[in-house]
Design a protein around this ligand. Sequence first.
Ligand code: SF4
Length: 481
Amino acid sequence: MAQTQLQRAGDGEITDAIERVAERENRDPEFVREQVAEGQAVIPANHNHESLDPTIIGREFATKVNANIGNSEESSDLGTELEKLKTAVHYGADTVMDLSTGSDLDRIRSTHIAHSAVPIGTVPIYEAITHVDEPADLTPDLLLDVIEKQAEQGVDYMTVHAGVRKEHLPLTDGRKTGIVSRGGSILAQWIEAHDAENPLYTHFEEICEIFAEHDVTFSLGDGLRPGSLADASDEAQFAELDTLGELTRTAWDHGVQVMVEGPGHVPMDEIADNVRRQQEVCGGAPFYVLGPLVTDVAPGYDHITSAIGATEAARAGAAMLCYVTPKEHLGLPDKEDVRDGLAAYRIAAHAADVANGLPGARDWDDAVSEARYEFDWREQFDLALDPQRAKTYHDQTLPGDNYKEARFCSMCGVEFCSMRIDQDARTGGGEMETLESGTDLADSEAAEVNQPPVGTHDTSGVPDEIEIDGVTFTPECHADD
Ligand code: SF4
């Protein structure tokens, strides 16, 4: 029987996936193997996901970013979903979670898996709930069936809210925003209706057996995460975290890879402690954080409020950041929201990698700075995190080709361009010297995600046109403004 990456790494094997991520991260394959074998990093790679280009998630590696896509009962079809997948990969998502809750779930999921080079994650309870009238009608068998089917389809990692225990629920009384996780709220309703323990907890070892067979990685869900600053770091959150620590070890005993999900909404000054606590309680299993949002006052700008928290979390050791879009709390994101959310989170991840001293991470910054100082506008656009956005903004006021050689832009204007003035001072024969440049990105030690172009995978696996059951879908990547 095929084994998991964790088991094979534990046996001393350097798998093809380990070789590949070592190449992408510019690290020694033996170091990668050790990190996987010790549960400090995961390579989500379902045996049935044939189009996968493996990615590693762990605090010793470049910080990764996840994008959530998916339909809802109110909107989206297969073409739109493929378009979101393509947009997400193009703008740098390292993994994509299909959180569809509307119709056509199987077809959307299997199409995503067939065309995605990045790992695909799901939350199986979202599908299970579509098969019943209300949460109380869920059964352990239904949950296990859905999990097994999705594992067979090739899902690389699944969010399982097994840490929401019956005894934890009273701890959420008195919160400002109760239980804000969709999975957590569904399970709380089930527990209350049946006066019984969470079936995902009582059947956890059966889930482990399914995961081990297909090499699905756990993303242990934080169903009791805080949904507001007032609820951050409370008893309910940390009681669930203790259970997640217990479940992490159970999964490892079954040879299953684990990462652990984290909050939510957390004041800036509590974020680093939250990361340290998770690392301690969960034996160093990779921490996958949603934001966190550092203030609750800015609906419409929560890609910013959360990217601030995500940067702090990654600085403290979080391994993957789940992006948040400007539509958070307000509506289902569209392509432009996906783009804006990913830009915010790629910045957060890269900023943390630079600050954490990841080898070569700052070379990209240096190369952009040199192009900027030299007024090499085309190079600056090419190296930018979002080249199309940079060029479009520049060209809004100075569109002509001649301005691509100009020693100023419209921000300060020709008279007040400080970089031009500085250059003139340095070449004017005084004591100031001309500045050195010459950062060579081709020789950089940086992991792929810390080098341009921002997309770590190309999008050629996502077709421009796809026909399913006689219907043609045309996902377009809106790479140009
Ligand atoms: S005009 Fe101002 S913003 Fe534009 S290049 Fe010069 S210093 Fe930079």
